[in-house]
Design a protein around this ligand. Structure first.
Ligand code: HEC
Length: 133
């Protein structure tokens, strides 16, 4: 009995610390739930990137990156893909939003950095295979 109570408390502690580590998203969605391109990732890109990354706007015109669709995102810029499925660290998409690039290439361009929560979701989606889900 005593042992069992002990292990329950341990499990609960682990769950709480995982939730804290993952941020508010995990509290809402659960740590191993898949991140959805349609429901999670696209709405963030739409809000933060689309004004410049569609035909006729500065981001698209200088880099070729069209963020209106999944295919556009996966095609990347005129230099090639910016998403390497399962490898967030080597994906340029993550480098530009985390600010690991030349300051001139931080995205959103000349605007406030995205929140940890937004960046966490996108990184998670890439590491889960960057699916069109
Ligand atoms: C205010 C306009 C603007 C917004 C908002 C914006 N971008 Fe850009 N983006 C640009 C411009 C301009 C360039 C070209 C920069 C250059 O080559 O100097 C660019 C280039 C890029 C590149 C190519 C970088 C490279 O290696 O050449 C990526 C990737 C990118 N943007 C991703 C994003 C993402 C993701 C978002 C949303 C989080 C975003 N951008 C939001 C204007 C914007």
């Amino acid at each position: 009995m005593i042992q069992r109570r002990h292990s329950n408390r341990f499990t609960w502690g682990l769950v709480v610390s995982m939730m804290l580590a993952a941020g508010s998203w995990a509290t809402a969605a659960g740590a191993d739930e898949p991140v959805s391109y349609k429901e999670d990732v696209f709405p963030i890109l739409e809000l933060r990137c689309l004004e410049c990354h569609k035909p006729g706007e500065a981001g698209y015109e200088s880099s070729g990156l069209d963020l209106r669709t999944y295919d556009g995102l996966m095609k990347g810029t005129k230099h090639g893909p910016i998403v390497v499925p399962r490898e967030a660290f080597t994906s340029n998409l993550i480098a530009v939003i985390d600010g690991r690039t030349d300051p001139a290439l931080r995205m959103p361009h000349n605007k406030k950095r995205m929140s940890k929560c937004e960046r966490f979701l996108i990184r998670f989606w890439v590491n889960q295979g960057a699916k069109n889900n």
